[in-house]
Design a protein around this ligand. Structure first.
Ligand code: AMP
Length: 195
């Protein structure tokens, strides 16, 4: 089973992904986490990645695809994947589909975690203070939200008609949000989805 979770920064993707991974026993693949690990290394590539992340820009598609390819298509797993924060551009979505198709696989379900912008800004400012996140300056927060709207939201149009897309209200408590996600998964399974 391959699930994509799309949502703006601050929507609670991390929390929901942790629960989903436990519920479904799939591999959690967070490109944000992988890029943070890469950024921590002492290399020119690491510094280049850091310069993208600090401004709220996306990392280049070819770099992200290389990292994903190594993780997913290098080792491989029969357990399936939860893609968290990936794909984030149309090109990434198309390349992922191509690569999965070559293995006779596909994205099975896409979740969009939807939260109004004013609530996102409040959550991100709060989190930056609480967790002392150096990436989350006010400028970077606004830049990331605008990047999400212009580059990532169009993915939903790409997936609509191809894959089952489920819009989840991200405003509830983590339990309520997870209840919605789990409900959709159980429904898809009950409907005979072949995962
Ligand atoms: P995240 O933890 O998913 O919010 O990602 C943190 C940062 O990593 C983003 O603001 C981007 O700069 C970068 N990033 C993560 N995933 C991707 C992706 N799929 N494509 C491009 N950049 C990404």
């Amino acid at each position: 089973m391959r699930i994509v979770l799309i949502g703006p920064p601050g929507a609670g993707k991390g929390t929901q992904c942790r629960r989903l991974v436990e519920y479904l026993d799939v591999v959690h693949l967070s490109t944000g986490q992988m890029l943070r690990e890469l950024r921590g290394q002492n290399s020119a590539l690491a510094r280049w990645v850091a310069s993208h992340m600090v401004t709220g820009e996306l990392a280049p598609d070819h770099l992200v695809m290389r990292i994903v390819r190594q993780a997913v298509f290098g080792g491989g797993t029969s357990r399936g994947y939860l893609f968290d924060g990936f794909p984030r551009t149309l090109i990434q979505a198309q390349l992922l589909d191509e690569q999965l198709a070559a293995l006779g696989q596909r994205v099975d379900l896409v979740f969009e975690l939807r939260v109004p912008t004013n609530e996102l800004v409040a959550r991100l400012v709060n989190r930056a203070e609480r967790e002392n996140r150096v990436d989350d300056t006010a400028e970077a927060i606004l830049a990331r939200l605008s990047v999400y709207e212009t580059q990532t939201l169009p993915l939903l149009d790409y997936y609509l008609g191809r894959v089952c897309v489920v819009v989840v209200n991200g405003l509830g408590s983590p339990d309520e949000v997870f209840g919605e996600i789990r409900g959709a998964i159980d429904l898809a399974r009950g409907g005979g989805a072949q995962w």
